[in-house]
Design a protein. Sequence first.
Length: 276
Amino acid sequence: FQASSSAVALAISQAMPRYKKIYVPMASFAMDLTGKHFHPYLFRTDANVAILTKPMALYLGKRKEFKKVYMINQDYSYGHDVANCYEKFIKEIAPDSQIVGKDFHPMFNKDFGPYISKVKASGADYVLSGNWGTDLIQLIIQARSLGLKIPVAGILQADINALAAMPGEEALGNFGVASFLPGLDTPEARKLEESFYEKSGGTWPVEQIWYAYKGMILYAEAVKKAGSFDVEKIIKAFEGMKWNGPTGTVTMRAKDHQLMQPMIVAQVVKKTKYYD
């Protein structure tokens, strides 16, 4: 089980066929993991970039106030996937949308000023970014400090830790997308929230916590279905397996071991029962 960047995931994944062990990347989203570099020992238990970007494009593409998008992303495989997939989907869903800018920056960038100046000059209605961690935090804080008021649609802006690290209300009005977020008002979602909160001693199942929980649950279901810890038997059981989760039924697609699932688009608001 592993939950860091796609660059790390791709490196780990390449070793797994040699060891003949199951590898579960829980929070790595680059397309190549279950695409060009797919192998039978890998099972991705959350989304890929296409599954993250399409619902955001479906949501924003249908809103008249969001026609011009500027894309800012990290300069590695995942960031390029975000830009390519979002451009593809937004043009399919809303052909009158315009890509008014597209930039890639080094990882752990300190100065977003030059990029923000270009966004302001472009007349963009919103920024689309796959940034995570400090690159997400600094992008949003610096954008607001330089007077950029348009929303940031963040593919990984469901990261509560990143939002909580901002000193003020910089993220208000921004959009995020995830396979689960607390606040989804269904019986299954409320049951998961309440039971997880109770058993964890006061933690909500958000972002990385949710990825790890779901990854382990799905692996455990595959083991139970196989009736064995034998790797080859678990692989066969995992392929095509379904699980009824808090958003509905998810399916481990047999041909590429990519989990297919409903997704949630959410907006950052000032206060909820979960966080201040």
